[in-house]
Design a protein around this ligand. Structure first.
Ligand code: BGC
Length: 769
């Protein structure tokens, strides 16, 4: 199915021209929870949509857990830690096979919202705090899925970063922050992968519901980014259906019976909704319905074992080694050392989040059994549960754990977040894991110096015991095969190669949104602006627990020879960046190479640095590879709110390369020239100072300043003053100038009592356009 959605538009329009008003209105809402309506008279079929994102959830009944068995892959925060776009595409393709086998035409995913606060309830379902990383991972997933004839529904568009009051909350965000932080992940995914559908979010953006937001759904999504697919509401996100049609919302889900259908018909009849507009919106939906129907593949069989193996490989690429003192890991597989496995999660893992993404897995692996399998049996292992599944411990459970840990050579404690702590529908109230888990780790680490902690959680947590244990694995919610993958990493069968796609702060008080989150009175004020995630910790010089981009390996890597295609470029040219990375250790491994750009002297307050390129490189021991990146205009630009578009400020930019946002050993700068700098147009509301460096305005600047300074300037040497008088005079002149600079030019007319006339002002304004 190589045809683009736009190739179906003509057929869709032809069908619309044959439809009655009632039939058009019928198509605008779903038929129940998961399908669109058919129009049999015209041969228009219905299509089936199912959640996503990390496994197929084709519902069989009203309960979330009641769905067809499907492979549960690692959730998005885990997959993002792989930084591996090829892997994301493979997962997309596997999800498509499962969707095809179950006659599902569109999957509701991936979720691509920014992790504004580490407390966000759905952070486990989202990729990152960085829009560049999230955008590229989403694009790869979408391509993988759609290449197999199943559509993606990219969600939740947009600025949907909390669960608190999610159906009504208004995200109050400024224009620059919207464009630099909250839109680019969607923009990259749409422009690179063209998802068949996009799901608008529940919330309002600056007071306007996403489902009625013309700026987002038409001006940005369709006009600026060239989106070809349909927009579907999040389930129940429709407020005013007619307004939604005017704004570009094609499909309401789930269906609302004839409630909204009647309103659409009435609005057309009353002349409030032009039928031509309805036609456009119906045709937009139908084009995808036609494409999706023709993309159906009969006879697709899912190889459950193969998909489980892929889930294990994916989890292995997603688990992060955060600490490994004295090279405690990997465990010796051939040795005799006794290992105490502690914590109920070892046998009863937490491997996915709750809510609409909850998959009914084809099987579940647990780390205890998988470790035993890799170690050739349970002889070397002992076990203590340490806590119940809610994370509550008791003196007796702690004592048991202590005994096991003491009589072993090494202890592995499994800890993290129980189901009740993390789910769609609510935000977390704390970054802490249950007290029972913290107490267990303390108890074990007091008696066993060789303690490893394996974590199962979907988002950032605090680790008060970080200095008291030797090794930490961030095991995430790694899907149904996570147990096997944890065992692979613990034993060195797989060398860890994942890195954090989100910052872990030391304490919640350090996080960017601490004073604002989740808002009050149905308003979430995005007061931290562009400074979320590492952009915030960098700017405020706060040391996080573990920084963005950080993760260890059982081998080591060295970076060298950063070079550019040119020492300086025009903003319209691209820059090729090359460097070398070498495996300097004894085992094969993969390194995630990260490139950040820093503007030396920005005109607006910019993050200290921003991720603009990355790649994952596989290296044998001693092997060295050259990595090449290309940077272009957008990588240097900021969103200019005077011009309402991206601008490059000419000057020096530092290119920083390395293996973590806080460890960037390669640095070099490039000069970016701007042939013709874009300048805002001048109006009567422009400040006097804005004329100073304006190419056309500067000619008039002395005249404008003179209006105010008229009384205070004089010929040099005209009047004799003592040095003290001279200093006082200069001071007065200076403060008048400061005063004049920040004055809108129209005020000069008033201050000069008309000496500087309206006519003169209008003449000047006419000449500076
Ligand atoms: C969620 C979506 C999901 C939809 C259908 C909504 O509540 O926000 O992510 O796709 O339900 O289950």
């Amino acid at each position: 199915m190589s045809e683009q959605i736009k190739d179906y538009k003509a057929r869709a329009q032809h069908l619309v021209s044959q439809m009655t008003l009632e039939e058009k209105a019928l198509l605008m809402s779903g038929n129940g929870a998961w399908t669109t309506h058919k129009v049999e008279r015209l041969g228009i079929p219905s299509i089936f949509m199912a959640d996503g994102p990390h496994g197929l959830r084709k519902a069989l009944g009203p309960n979330t857990a009641d769905s067809v068995p499907a492979t549960c892959f690692p959730t998005a925060s885990a997959l993002a830690s792989s930084w591996n776009t090829e892997l994301l595409a493979e997962i997309g393709a596997a999800l498509a096979r499962e969707a095809q086998a179950n006659d599902v035409q569109l999957l509701l995913g991936p979720g691509n919202n920014m992790k504004r606060s580490p407390l966000g309830g759905r952070n486990f379902e989202y990729f990152s705090e960085d829009p560049f990383l999230a955008g590229h991972l989403a694009a790869a997933y979408i391509k993988g899925l759609q290449d197999q004839g199943v559509g993606s529904t990219l969600k939740h568009f947009a600025v949907n970063n909390q669960e608190h009051e999610r159906m009504v909350s208004s995200s109050i965000v400024d224009e620059r922050t919207l464009h630099e932080i909250y839109l680019p992940a969607f923009e990259i995914a749409v422009t690179q992968a063209q998802p068949w559908a996009i799901m608008c979010s529940y919330n309002k953006i600056n007071g306007v519901y996403a489902s009625e937001n013309h700026l987002l759904l038409e001006d940005i999504l369709r006009d600026a980014w060239g989106f070809q697919g349909y927009v579907v509401s999040d389930w129940g996100a429709v407020h005013d259906r007619v307004k939604g049609i005017m704004a570009g919302l094609n499909l309401e889900m789930p269906g609302s019976g004839d409630v909204n259908r009647k309103k659409i018909i009435e609005a057309v009849k009353a002349g409030q909704l032009p039928e031509s507009r309805l036609d456009q919106v119906v045709a937009g939906l139908l084009a995808v319905v036609l494409k999706a129907t023709e993309s159906r593949r009969g006879g697709v069989r899912v190889d459950v074992d193969e998909h489980h193996a892929l889930a294990r490989r994916a989890a292995g690429e997603s688990i992060i080694l955060l600490k490994n003192e004295d090279d405690l890991l990997p465990l010796e597989t051939g040795g005799k050392k006794k290992i105490a496995v502690i914590g109920a999660f070892a046998k009863d893992p937490r491997y996915q989040g709750a809510g609409s993404s909850q998959v009914n897995p084809t099987r579940i692996s647990n780390a205890y059994a998988e470790l035993a399998a890799l170690l050739g049996g349970e002889e070397r292992l002992s076990y203590a549960s340490g806590y119940d599944l809610e994370g509550v411990t008791t003196a007796q459970l702690l004592e048991e754990a202590r005994q096991q840990a003491k009589s072993a050579d090494l202890a592995i404690v499994f800890a993290g977040l129980p189901d009740s702590h993390e789910s769609e529908g609510f935000d977390r109230s704390t970054l802490d894991i249950p007290e029972g888990h913290n107490r267990l780790i303390d108890a074990v680490s007091q008696v066993q110096p060789n303690t490893v902690v394996v974590l199962m959680n979907g988002s950032a947590i605090t680790m008060p015991w970080v200095g008291r244990v030797k090794a930490i694995l961030e095991g995430w919610l790694t899907g149904q095969a996570g147990g096997g993958a944890i065992a692979d990493i613990l034993t060195g069968e797989v060398n860890p190669s994942a890195k954090l796609a989100e910052t872990f702060p030391m304490r919640v008080e350090d996080s960017p949104t601490f004073t604002e989150f989740p808002g009050l009175n149905q308003q979430a004020r995005y007061g931290e602006g562009v400074f979320i995630g590492y952009r915030y910790y960098d700017k405020k010089n706060i040391t996080p627990l573990f920084p963005f981009g950080f993760g260890l390996s059982y081998t080591t890597f060295a970076y060298s020879e950063l070079s550019f295609s040119a020492p300086s470029i025009q903003e319209t040219e691209s820059l090729t960046v090359e460097l070398k990375v070498k495996n300097t250790g004894k085992v094969a491994g993969k390194e995630i190479v990260q490139l950040y750009v820093r503007e030396d002297k920005p005109v607006v307050s910019r993050p200290d640095k921003e991720l603009k390129a990355f790649t994952k490189v596989e290296l044998a021991p001693g092997e060295e590879k050259t990595v090449r990146f290309t940077l272009s205009r957008r990588d240097f630009a900021y969103y200019n709110t005077n011009l309402h578009r991206w601008s490059v400020n000419p000057g020096r930019f530092d290119i920083l390369v390395g293996g973590s946002s806080r460890n960037l050993p390669l640095r070099k700068h490039v000069q970016v020239e701007v042939a013709q700098q874009e300048v805002p147009s001048l109006s009567r509301h422009s400040l006097v100072k804005e004329f100073k460096d304006h190419p056309k305005g500067k000619e008039f600047y002395p005249q404008l300043v003179g209006v105010i300074m008229g009384g205070t300037t004089e010929e040099p040497g005209g009047v004799k003053r003592t040095p003290e008088e001279e200093r006082a005079r200069k001071k007065a002149e200076m403060s008048t100038l400061v005063f004049a600079h920040d004055m809108p030019v129209y005020k000069l007319v008033l201050f000069s009592e008309g000496r500087f006339s309206e006519q003169t002002l209008n003449d000047i304004l006419a000449r500076v356009q």
